[in-house]
Design a protein around this ligand. Structure first.
Ligand code: GBH
Length: 454
């Protein structure tokens, strides 16, 4: 049945790309199939005590076998686009060297089904499942890993760019570096001292830059390249000129090791000054590669980081959320819808970006099925309605956001939180693998049909 178009005041531009996202280790399962090598997440999730309930991604959503059913869910939602990631250890089981011929077959099958459903693929090349063999040789502490990533990225782009027109190099450098190598909460579980951690950061941005170059060298003409970064979403404590100006400064500085380095091809003076003797070692050629022009920027937006104007050389100060600040089930996921207004707006202003996507946005809960088999996730619907209202505000001011990917299509393996915290708009029973659209799926379907909010 035809949905009424959203009222003009709440409508998105024609052709706005409504999507949903997943990541390989979080949904695929089938970890030993068709020659896939082990990743650091297989090792980490099988190390007792690292993950809530010792949950692993061995089966996850069994998406590897159920991709057709999952694409049918996407089609039913009316999705225009789907963001997925390729598992590096399926394609190069040892991370480098000889590719596994069966490695890309799964993605070929999946992509053919997706395109037949009229859904555009957006492909992430690294969503944290680093081949274990590379970790054994130093992982992201070694610049060889940056080179190996570029080689892998070029190979995938060469083989998939007949169907994939948008590639993202790395997902959330700041998450996998800080959590995996800084506080040890994610794989590989290291807690490196500052100098070594800064070097890992450098190798991550270098991998991005070399990856961009390799993709351009090997992909079909017209292929677009970007990244998906969870730049800390700075939000002014009040929308006054002085706090807004401080917030723009903060956005550039708190993201200096990652997005700012990529957009400017340099580390800010303040970043290098703060790091002092612990600053990363790098060459001019590294920085040139890191600053390789991108075609688009993907921003994963969740929680806000409040900023105020302050005296002193930095000109800003961060304001911690007070004790009663509302959050979703994940304690870090404070509900600050303005984050999705300010993050793309500031990025576009600071670096004159012309094409932005919200590559992730979503909310966790511990959803339960009613006896009738339904899920009334009014919490998640509230979250989406508020964030989309603020996204609409940005878009209607001319901020060049071209699409939005909700996280996630379905409940999946939430890293160190295992299966307990659910982010899906489809409920997954992890015993039977039955998928059930939640209220939020019905909500999102309406948004897509109306191209806006009611
Ligand atoms: C994204 O990260 C990921 O890309 C995605 O794979 C994930 O499923 C999704 O969001 C939901 O989490 O544990 O207190 O140290 C979101 C950004 C930044 C959120 C780091 C968790 C760790 C907080 N993440 N943060 S804590």
């Amino acid at each position: 049945e035809a949905q009424p178009t959203a009222p003009a005041a709440r409508r998105f531009p024609q052709g706005f790309l409504w999507g949903s996202a997943t990541a390989s280790y979080q949904v695929e399962g089938a970890v030993n199939e068709d020659g896939r090598g082990p990743s650091i997440w297989d090792t980490f999730s099988h190390t007792p005590g690292k993950i809530k309930n010792n949950d692993t991604g061995d089966v996850a959503d069994d998406h590897f076998h159920r991709y057709k059913e999952d694409i049918a869910l996407m089609k039913d939602l009316g999705l225009k686009t789907y963001r997925f990631s390729v598992a590096w250890p399926r394609v190069f089981p040892q991370g480098t060297g000889t590719p596994n011929p069966k490695g890309l077959d799964f993605y070929n099958r999946m992509l053919d089904t997706l395109l037949a459903a009229g859904i555009q693929p957006y492909c992430t090349l690294f969503h944290w499942d680093l081949p274990q063999t590379l970790e054994d040789k130093g992982g992201w502490q070694s610049r060889d890993t940056s080179e190996a990533f570029a080689n892998y990225a070029g190979y995938v782009a060469e083989h998939l760019s007949d169907r994939v027109k948008h590639f993202m190099t790395l997902n959330e450098m700041s998450s996998f570096v800080d959590l995996g190598y800084g506080n040890g909460v994610h794989a590989p579980g290291l807690k490196l001292p500052p100098a070594k951690l800064n070097q890992v950061r450098h190798h991550a941005v270098l991998a991005h830059g070399l990856g961009v170059q390799a993709i351009r060298a090997h992909a079909k003409p017209g292929t677009k390249v970007g990244l998906a970064e969870n730049a800390t979403a700075t939000v002014p404590v009040l929308e006054t000129p002085e706090h807004i100006a401080a917030t723009a400064k903060a956005y550039r500085e708190v993201n200096a090791g990652y997005l700012t380095a990529v957009m400017e091809g340099r580390y800010t003076d303040a970043y290098l000054h703060r790091a002092g003797a612990d600053a990363p070692k790098f060459t001019d050629a590294d920085m040139k590669a890191i600053g390789s022009p991108v075609d688009f920027v993907g921003l994963n937006v969740y929680n806000p980081a409040y900023v105020r104007a302050a005296e002193g050389p930095a000109g800003f100060a961060m304001v911690r959320p007070p004790s009663s600040f509302p959050h979703m089930m994940s304690p870090w996921l404070h509900v600050g819808p303005e984050a999705i207004y300010w993050s793309p707006k500031l990025a576009a202003q600071l670096w004159n970006i012309k094409e932005i996507y919200i590559t992730e946005n979503g909310a966790s809960s511990t959803d339960v099925l009613t006896p009738e088999g339904q899920v009334f996730d009014t919490d998640r619907v509230m979250f989406f309605r508020n964030y989309l209202t603020q996204l609409h505000r940005a878009v209607s001011e001319g901020v060049p956001v071209r699409g939005y990917f909700c996280w996630s299509l379905m409940d999946n393996y939430e890293w160190a939180d295992g299966y307990q915290y659910r982010f899906g708009i489809h409920y997954v029973d992890f015993t039977t693998q039955k998928r059930t659209p939640k209220l939020s799926a019905h909500f999102y379907k309406e948004v897509i049909a109306r191209n806006g909010l009611a």
